[in-house]
Design a protein around this ligand. Structure first.
Ligand SMILES: [Fe+2]
Length: 330
């Protein structure tokens, strides 16, 4: 008989917040020692990814001096994962939290990366992780079949999520139709909005943020990052594998034994995994200078302001975020 144990780290308030607002923060209830060990393990992972030139990775704005890897992909692979990180997952029991929050039986992780940027301001573009069900945006977020999780091992303030009342079909919507929705998601420069329209998440060490990936959201940070970003779906498939240090299934490429030596760029299982190269020295010099003088932002935003879509976006409260990704980012 399958006896389901409740995970009391998820309160009624967490469920209510997630249902109505599309996000909730949960304390993982780990000891200081466990958090310190996890932190050390992740710093070690970051260091060895640079030393080993571990290729499944993202590089957003590469700078001249600092090695600004944005994220390590496939972080559970035995080529990069260490004992401390395995212990962290063993203790954090993320699968149990998801089962409790979403009332799922079989959470399966199909995306996992470790964000590990240096102390450089970063802001991405507003987007949804899928948009096929946008008509259901105002429904309870507990009804989704996909959930995103961020696990913080450093404080991280800044991640933004649009409030449901400002969402498509919300009472104060800033997305009055699907054309505007598409224009926001495809706009090639970070956009800003009135602060009352979005939540700004204040992630504390040792907490997990659960959020609804259908909601419009924007990555944003002002400090060094160390957080896992993971996506889960509820899948009942006996063929799925499990890492023995985790209480959830994973797709094949996220298993610790997935053979990356054999894998090549033609491996279709890896088609969604970036193997970013570092930028050329010239590009890195440009990025580092531009971080201070914002010349490229000035040039790009001048051109984008002429765009017909931008006129429609502005009418609905969306503005070019001129100082994004520079030292003056607000
Ligand atoms: Fe996203």
């Amino acid at each position: 008989m399958n006896i389901k144990l409740n995970d009391n780290r998820i309160s009624k308030e967490n469920k209510r917040q997630f249902e109505n607002n599309g996000w909730t923060l949960v304390d993982l209830k780990l000891s200081k020692e466990s958090i310190n060990n996890a932190f050390n393990g992740l710093m070690e992972m970051k260091k060895s990814s640079i030393q080993k030139d571990y290729k499944p990775r993202r590089i957003y704005y590469d700078h001249l001096i600092r090695n600004n890897y944005a994220a390590i992909e496939l972080p559970f692979n035995k080529k990069i994962c260490n004992e401390n990180v395995r212990n962290f997952f063993n203790e954090a029991k993320i699968g149990s939290l998801i089962k409790e929050l979403m009332s799922w039986d079989n959470p399966c992780c199909d995306l996992a990366r470790l964000f590990c940027m240096s102390e450089i301001n970063y802001r991405g573009c507003w987007h949804r992780d899928y948009f096929s069900e946008i008509e259901k945006i105002q429904y309870s977020s507990l009804k989704r079949d996909t959930i995103l999780v961020a696990l913080y091992l450093l404080p991280q303030k800044g991640f933004r999520l649009l409030k449901k009342e400002f969402e498509y079909k919300g009472i104060k919507t800033v997305i009055p139709n699907k054309n505007i929705d598409a224009a926001i998601r495809s706009f090639s420069f970070p956009l800003n909005l009135n602060k009352e329209a979005y939540y700004e998440i204040d992630g504390k060490i040792g907490t997990a943020l659960f959020f609804d990936p259908l909601l419009m959201h924007q990555g944003s940070s002002y400090s060094e990052r160390l957080d896992f970003h993971m996506k889960f779906r509820n899948i009942n498939n006996k063929l799925l594998q499990k890492n023995n240090f985790q209480d959830f299934s994973v797709i094949e490429i996220l298993h610790e034994n997935y053979n990356l030596n054999k894998a090549s760029s033609k491996d279709c299982k890896l088609s969604s995994i970036p193997f970013d190269k570092r930028s050329t020295i010239l590009q890195r010099i440009r990025n580092s200078i531009d971080y201070r003088i914002c010349l490229r932002n000035a040039y790009k935003s001048k051109n984008l302001k002429k765009n017909k879509n931008y006129y429609d976006l502005k009418k609905n409260g969306w503005n070019i975020d001129f100082f994004s990704n520079t030292f003056l980012q607000k």
